[in-house]
Write a protein that binds this ligand. Structure first.
Ligand SMILES: *Cc1c(COP(=O)(O)O)cnc(C)c1O
Length: 409
């Protein structure tokens, strides 16, 4: 095959389990002497003489074989018939999705959504003249009430302006969008994803889910009724804290085309090497997650029993408010924990005392990280001052616990 033909993998999600797909998908076609891994394709332009719609690749800001294997892998993992779309960062992907909310519509977003998503939403809402409403995403009745109210407001505006606000599938005809993050960052609240997607669709809203914490191995939002899934690939998918990258997956061809246009026109695209590293990282996602989750479960149980800890949030704890929902809609509880100690100073002292855990922002890498979230001025004020977020890695459990226990004392 030539380099500019799409890598077409023989591995599909209907045939193989996800932990096989992460290893086998997105590889070059099998032939004697063929490479096992795709190349890092560094061409900015591709041979095409005639009608550009007939060429798989034309120019690398629109599409490049450097993205194709990873995009195919993501599409399969998220159970879409269409490949994903890779973006230069998770926030670039989020901003592209939020840009679909029509003027006069409403974006409903969790109070404790990733703070970058909230900040981006505020800016785009102002420029594009749509309403922004924040909700407790774990409170299903409150979210449905917000959808009802937003639907009425949009209908009133449409009547006043003589425009049609219909419940069609495309972004332009929607009343707006429900943004779901579950579990939320950093509060670990769990949304009732199937109930919320059904309620939003009934009322003419698109639904997008930030699936960064769960990964497609633990949760497939398109199966739960979502229209769009976004990822910060920077985190678990790439998995080694050496790449910043984002992605979107949708099963709706019209939405995918709108989002692809958004990517081409804004132009902040992903580099070939970053995408290659992300595919390389994806190969070990299943084993990394298994180990990190087992470590997280044990650490959450020990934190919950520790006298210096006021509250521990981890959906894998049987008495966690999100436990039953997470057990129903996820295949595992992930490896992010948040716990609260009595004050900001106490939390900072813990971050300064650890020797094995790395005090740093971000999450989802093989190494364990921790951070007092309110040190970011942009973090919502409802996140406790003494809250520490743990990203549990794949080190030895006893080493991790010994270090944390010493820092807690
Ligand atoms: C980190 C993160 C993002 C932003 O992704 P970047 O790759 O840093 O741009 C979005 N959502 C969640 C849940 C995150 O943790």
């Amino acid at each position: 095959m030539t380099q500019s033909e799409p890598a077409s993998s023989p591995v599909t999600h209907s045939e193989f389990a996800p932990d096989t797909i992460v290893v086998e998908t997105g590889r070059p076609q099998r032939a004697d002497g063929a490479a096992v891994n795709p190349p890092i394709d560094l061409s900015s332009t591709f041979v095409s003489a005639g009608d550009i719609s007939e060429s798989p690749y034309v120019y690398a800001r629109f599409d490049t074989p450097a993205w194709t294997p990873f995009e195919e892998a993501l599409g399969q993992l998220e159970h879409s018939a269409l490949p994903g779309l890779v973006f230069g960062s998770g926030l670039a992907a989020i901003s592209a999705v939020i840009s679909l909310v029509p003027a006069g519509g409403t974006l409903i977003i969790p109070t404790h959504a990733y703070q970058g998503a909230l900040a981006s939403a505020e800016q785009i809402a102002e420029r594009q003249a749509f309403d922004l409403v924040t909700v407790d995403i774990s409170d299903t009745e409150a979210v449905i009430a917000a959808l009802d109210e937003a639907g009425r407001a949009t209908a009133d505006r449409a009547t006043a302006e003589g425009t049609a606000a219909s419940a069609s599938a495309g972004a332009a005809g929607s009343r707006g969008m429900l943004w779901i993050e579950s579990p939320t960052n950093p509060m670990l609240e769990v949304a009732d994803v199937p109930a919320l997607t059904a309620a939003a669709k009934d009322r003419g809203f698109l639904v997008s889910v930030d699936n960064t914490f769960a990964t497609p191995l633990l949760q497939t939002p398109l199966d739960l009724g979502a229209d769009i899934v976004v990822h910060s690939v920077t985190k678990y998918l790439a998995g080694h804290s050496d790449v910043v990258l984002g992605a979107i997956v949708t099963g709706n061809a019209g939405l995918r085309e709108d989002l692809r246009t958004e990517r081409s026109m804004r132009g902040g695209i992903a580099g070939p090497f970053e995408v290659w590293l992300a595919l390389r990282g994806l190969r070990t996602l299943a084993v990394r997650l298994d180990r990190a989750q087992a470590n997280a479960q044990a650490i959450a149980e020990r934190l919950a029993a520790h006298p210096a800890v006021i509250e521990t949030r981890y959906p894998g704890l049987p008495n966690d408010p999100g436990h039953a929902r997470a057990a129903a809609q996820m295949n595992g509880f992930g490896a992010i924990i948040s716990f609260t100690v009595e004050s900001a100073d106490r939390a900072t002292a813990i971050a300064e005392a650890v020797r094995l855990w790395t005090p740093a922002t971000s999450l989802g890498g093989v190494e364990s990280l921790l951070e007092r979230r309110r040190r970011h001025p942009s973090e919502p004020a409802t996140v406790p001052e003494g809250l520490i977020r743990l990203s549990v890695g794949i080190e030895n459990l006893d080493d991790l616990w010994a270090d944390l226990e010493t820092a807690l004392a």
